[in-house]
Each structure stands twice: as structure tokens, then as C-alpha cells.
Design a protein around this ligand. Structure first.
Ligand code: ADP
Ligand code: MG
Length: 280
């Protein structure tokens, strides 16, 4: 499989001087075409920062991102993003169809073609009949399906998803997870999804990248050996699933404990240095 995404030595620091905050440190990985890769890490570890750097929404302070070999510098045309907050990501004054069509306006195609593409994408997510509704007339889960359809309508080379199911109830979340896996396989899309939910990363992923707490760096890159056909009940009770989720949980716990230890030592050293100075 050709490489779709290549992240090399990525660093991102917010601000400068004493107020500087390193959010991402020396992060490197690749995602192959047709893969659904999950990144899991604790809240605040730098997942959104990482996705924003990959999507060209912010310029990283170090390192490079390549999409099918091309250096990312600004938002690429063939990249789409789905955010957590569906209530703010759709235009309330446009119908469902209008929302899905909207980003296609920047592509060279006729009005009819645009409409056909948008209808096709709505069918992929099971919303063919909701085309004339407005976002406020839909449930949260349906709104997020519209966001997914909108992202897929342009047939992006890479779909980035930032905790896309974190704001819906558990039952809807399961439905959306299954919908994403189905559509991703049918379209052979390349997806990079970040989540703080360990179970979700294992259930969805062909592969799970585990991040450390802030600054984000990769602690493990685990292949998910589960069968391609997954089921919310049987997959989650299978031995492979249970073992893998425990492995991810252990990596996150141990890594965070190590980070806290390092921080405590750093603070102790700083205190010694300042007391030393005071005594002089
Ligand atoms: P996550 O998505 O994993 O919860 P974020 O990438 O949003 O984490 O944030 C990582 C760290 O960077 C956090 O400590 C956060 O406070 C900080 N951060 C995020 N955005 C900014 C910003 N615009 N300016 C300064 N610090 C930021
Ligand atoms: Mg985030």
C-alpha cells in the first residue's frame, strides 16, 4: 500500500519565552492508503494540535507533514476534517443537502454533478431522505452523520477526525462507529481519527498509535489483529479485544506515571537550584 500521510519530526510549541508550551514533541509516523488509524491519548495531551498541524490549519514550529508526497503548507484541497462539535460545524441556515454541497463549490464541477455527489454521500450515511431538512431538525447523531457525508463528498485523500463521537450518547456512538467502519471500507478511504477513548480506538482502528501525556509523543504503534467485520457486542468481549485494550491502558498509565515522576524530579531540581542561589 502506498503511503498517504507522512509525519516527520513534528514539533509544536504555543507561545514563546517563559509562557511557551510544547504541545507536540518529535512525532513521526506514516499512514498507508486505505487504512483507518486511531490515535489515543489523554485529554490535553496535544491530539487536536497534532491534527491541526496535519491538516495545515496551524503551521508546526518544527518538522514536516506530507500528504501523498506533497509537503503540507496550508489546508490541502483533498483533505477533510470532522470535528467533535457537530452543533457548530454545520450551517444552520442551509438544508442538509446544502451543507453537504457547500465545500464542493470550490471544486470544478457543474451544479448537477455537485448535487449528485452530495446525494450520493448522504446515501452512504443513510440520510438520503433527510436532504431537505435543516440541521436543527435532526438529532445530534444525525447531524454528525451529515458532517461525515460532507467530509466524504469531496472524496478526500485523507479524512481527519477529532474525537468525532465524543458528544453523542453511548448508543448513538456505537452506531456511528459502525457506520464509519462500513463507509471507510466501502470507499477504501484513508482515515486518521483521534480519541481519548481506549475502547473506541481499538474497536475502530486497523492500528492504534498511543500518545504520551503532554507534550504528545508516540509511545506505541500497535496493529489491531481483530477481524475486519466487527460487532459491538461480540468484538468487545473477544479475547483479542480485551487483551489489546488492557495493553493500551497499561501503556497510558505507565507512561503518565513516568511523566509525573520526571516532572516531580524537574521541580525538585529547580527548587534546589533556587535555594542554592538564595543561600549564596
Ligand atoms: P487534546 O486535543 O489532546 O485535548 P490540545 O491539542 O487541544 O489537546 O492541547 C494540548 C495542549 O496545548 C494543552 O495543554 C492546551 O492547553 C495547549 N493549547 C492548545 N491550544 C492552545 C493555544 N491556542 N494556545 C496555547 N496553548 C494551547
Ligand atoms: Mg482535542
Amino acid at each position: 500500500m502506498p503511503t498517504m500521510l507522512q509525519v516527520s519530526g513534528l514539533n509544536h510549541r504555543y507561545g514563546g519565552g517563559d509562557g511557551a508550551h510544547v504541545a507536540v514533541r518529535e512525532l513521526s509516523f506514516t499512514v498507508e492508503a486505505g487504512q483507518l488509524a486511531c490515535i489515543v491519548g489523554p485529554s490535553g495531551c496535544g491530539k487536536s494540535t497534532l491534527l491541526r498541524c496535519i491538516g495545515g490549519l496551524i503551521k508546526p514550529t518544527g518538522g514536516t507533514v506530507r500528504l501523498h508526497g506533497d509537503l503540507v503548507d496550508g489546508v490541502p484541497d483533498d483533505l477533510a476534517v470532522v470535528f467533535q462539535d457537530y452543533s457548530r460545524s454545520l450551517f444552520p441556515w442551509l438544508t442538509v443537502l446544502g451543507n453537504v454541497e457547500f465545500p464542493l463549490r470550490s471544486l470544478k464541477m457543474s451544479r448537477d454533478e455537485r448535487r449528485a455527489r452530495a446525494r450520493e454521500a448522504l446515501a452512504w450515511v443513510g440520510l438520503a431522505d433527510a436532504d431537505r431538512k435543516y440541521p436543527s431538525q435532526l438529532s445530534g447523531g444525525m447531524q454528525q452523520r451529515v458532517s461525515i457525508a460532507r467530509a466524504l463528498a469531496s472524496r478526500p485523500a485523507l479524512l481527519l477526525m477529532d474525537e468525532p463521537f465524543a458528544s453523542v450518547d453511548a448508543q448513538t456512538r456505537f452506531e456511528l462507529e459502525d457506520l464509519l467502519r462500513r463507509v471507510q471500507r466501502e470507499r477504501n478511504s484513508t482515515v486518521l481519527l483521534v480519541t481519548h477513548d481506549i475502547d473506541e480506538s481499538v474497536y475502530l482502528g486497523d492500528r492504534v498509535l498511543v500518545l504520551s501525556s503532554s507534550p504528545a509523543t508516540i509511545v506505541a504503534d500497535l496493529p489491531v489483529g481483530l477481524p475486519a467485520e466487527r460487532d459491538q457486542i461480540t468484538t468487545r468481549e473477544s479475547a483479542e479485544f480485551v487483551t489489546l485494550r488492557a495493553e493500551v491502558a497499561r501503556l497510558l498509565r505507565d507512561r503518565n506515571a513516568a511523566a509525573e515522576q520526571a516532572l516531580a524530579e524537574q521541580v525538585a531540581t529547580t527548587e534546589q537550584v533556587s535555594t542554592g542561589r538564595a543561600n549564596r
